[in-house]
Design a protein around this ligand. Structure first.
Ligand SMILES: [Fe+2]
Length: 295
């Protein structure tokens, strides 16, 4: 078999792109690490927005500028996690949007702290802080930050493209597995996830045509939200998931970024389960099902 070093290929071979909606692209980098999430590019009449730069080591900005759009670039971050933000340095001189809590986490890491997954991030940009109700106007294309309480991360923001009904959710909603995380003191639990989803459908459902997550497949039809509610209801009714929580993109991934010890611990955790239902998958802890358990 011929081994090809991806770094030696021309820029238009290091990535591929897939059209989601008019002027809306999914960008797929050919990193060796199959866990690298996928950025999206949303193009307006005046600017183009890069949703999650990821942690690709390939020249993402160069690819976008040469092969996707010649509009000035801005960046938005779905949440703080390193695999969504560590390539922000490539866009150091562009406006970069994120939540206040995401900025607190990233600036703490920049000062020398590290996460279990990565070293301090490169770059010295100062972001523009967003909150629900804020709008990024790309020129005849408005991206609104809509309310959502993060379950996967308390740094999450949801961005709704009002023109084409595309919702960008980061890791909060996706097909492979939704990880209901939670450090001590966090309110994350299945009951809160269910309530979040019901509120999202009630208040914004008629404006959401599709959902574009960075991991495990984009786009997803908006009706996926209702199936997730069903999955939550099953867990809340006492139907327990599979004790094997791993998948080919979580813990079993050959290029998994987590340490061997952490993977073994996660796979052997007697309190963690994977609940699969109609294409949805939720990885949760039995100590984080009801609100009464985490209050
Ligand atoms: Fe994440």
């Amino acid at each position: 078999m011929i081994h090809i070093d991806i770094n030696t290929l021309p820029i238009n071979k290091q990535f591929r792109r897939q059209l989601i909606k008019p002027d809306t692209w999914l960008i797929i980098p050919f990193d060796q690490d199959m866990a690298v999430p996928h950025p999206h590019v949303i193009i307006g009449e005046e600017k183009a927005l890069v949703m999650d730069t990821t942690y690709t080591t390939l020249p993402l900005r160069k690819y976008i500028e040469e092969c996707v759009t010649d509009k000035p670039l801005v960046v938005a971050c779905s949440h703080s996690h390193f695999d969504h933000t560590d390539a922000n340095w490539q866009f150091n001189d562009c406006p970069i949007y994120m939540s206040q809590s995401a900025w607190e986490e990233i600036s703490a890491r920049r000062k020398g702290g590290t996460t279990p997954f990565g070293a301090p991030p490169k770059g010295d940009y100062i972001p523009i802080i967003l909150k629900p109700g804020d709008v990024i106007d790309l020129g005849n294309r408005e991206i609104e930050v809509i309310p959502y309480t993060g379950i996967h991360s308390n740094t999450s923001l949801f961005y709704l493209d009002k023109k084409y009904g595309v919702l960008f959710t980061g890791d909060e909603i996706e097909c492979g597995q939704m990880l209901v995380g939670g450090r001590p003191g966090s309110p994350s639990c299945i009951e809160l996830l269910r309530d979040n989803l019901v509120t999202l459908i009630r208040d914004w459902g008629d404006q959401i045509d599709c959902i574009c997550p960075p991991h495990n497949g984009s786009p997803i039809h908006g009706s996926f939200l209702g199936l997730l509610v069903e999955n939550c209801e099953r867990i809340l009714s006492g139907i327990q998931g599979d004790p094997d929580v791993g998948s080919m993109t979580y813990l079993y991934n050959p290029a998994e970024a987590r340490s061997e010890e952490m993977i073994k611990r996660a796979l052997a955790d007697p309190k963690s389960f994977r609940s699969e239902w109609k294409g949805t998958s939720i990885v949760y802890n039995i100590d984080r099902v009801f609100k009464s358990q985490v209050q």
